[in-house]
Design a protein around this ligand. Structure first.
Ligand SMILES: Nc1ncnc2c1ncn2[C@@H]1O[C@H](COP(=O)(O)OP(=O)(O)OP(=O)(O)O)[C@@H](O)[C@H]1O
Length: 207
């Protein structure tokens, strides 16, 4: 069975300031977990930490790094390559060859010969998400994946997630919108917001 993620008593920081503390959760194969919480609470920081892009302050993250794929705010698209060249490139990076399912899932087949730089914002986002399908990775870590997507494209995305879960994959998704994925669990990270310095520590911080 593909491994998911287990997070235990995790504390994370951004710019040297603790943002979330005491966070624990598990994501098993076949499951999706949606992270919620207000702007700036630390969802992106959490995803970056789990993806291995920054170390935690304390706590444990158990996962196999070569099972993860992270899609952050930057789309990573090569503007001068066509849609299919972009996908072929990523497929090769991950040791795969077939891009047709990824093109179909995000209705990119009619756009496959268009330079990616000439796509609309939503089409670019669909290409960025199609990339997940050619990685063959089990655990998708997604930061605001639906930005710029219209209603139909959000449905394509939800369908792609559902198919991924059906195949034993898993997904950890930070999003403010309702994806229509009833099977996803919700984790509100708001209650794990790191406490500000106690007033007693205030002078100490300047000594
Ligand atoms: N490069 C940075 N350097 C220092 N602090 C940062 C940096 N990027 C973000 N922060 C701060 O870290 C905190 C956590 O930010 P983060 O991006 O993880 O929040 P978020 O929950 O993903 O927010 P949003 O819902 O707005 O995407 C915020 O207070 C933010 O201002």
């Amino acid at each position: 069975m593909p491994m998911g993620i287990k997070v235990s008593d995790l504390t994370i920081a951004r710019g040297g300031i603790k943002v979330l503390e005491g966070l624990s959760f598990q994501l098993a194969a076949g499951q999706a977990l949606v992270l919620r919480g207000p702007n700036g609470v630390g969802k992106t920081t959490l995803l970056r930490t789990i993806a291995g892009l920054q170390p935690p302050v304390s706590g444990r993250i158990e996962s196999a790094v070569d099972t993860l794929v992270y899609a952050g705010h930057a789309d990573g698209i090569k503007a001068t390559l066509t849609v299919s060249e972009n996908l072929k490139f990523w497929a090769q990076v991950f040791g795969n060859a077939d891009i047709s399912a990824a093109l179909e899932a995000f209705e990119l087949t009619p756009l496959s010969n268009r330079p990616a730089g000439a796509l609309s914002a939503g089409q670019k986002r669909r290409l960025g998400l199609a990339r997940l399908l050619v990685t063959g990775r089990d655990v998708w870590i997604l930061d605001e994946p639906t930005v710029s997507l219209d209603v139909q494209a959000v449905e394509m995305f939800a369908a792609a997630i559902r198919e991924h879960l059906r195949q034993g994959g898993s997904a950890l998704i930070a999003t403010h919108i309702n994806l229509g994925l009833d099977e996803a669990r919700i984790l509100d990270v708001g209650p794990y917001r790191a406490k500000a310095l106690e007033i007693d520590d205030f002078d100490g911080a300047f000594l």
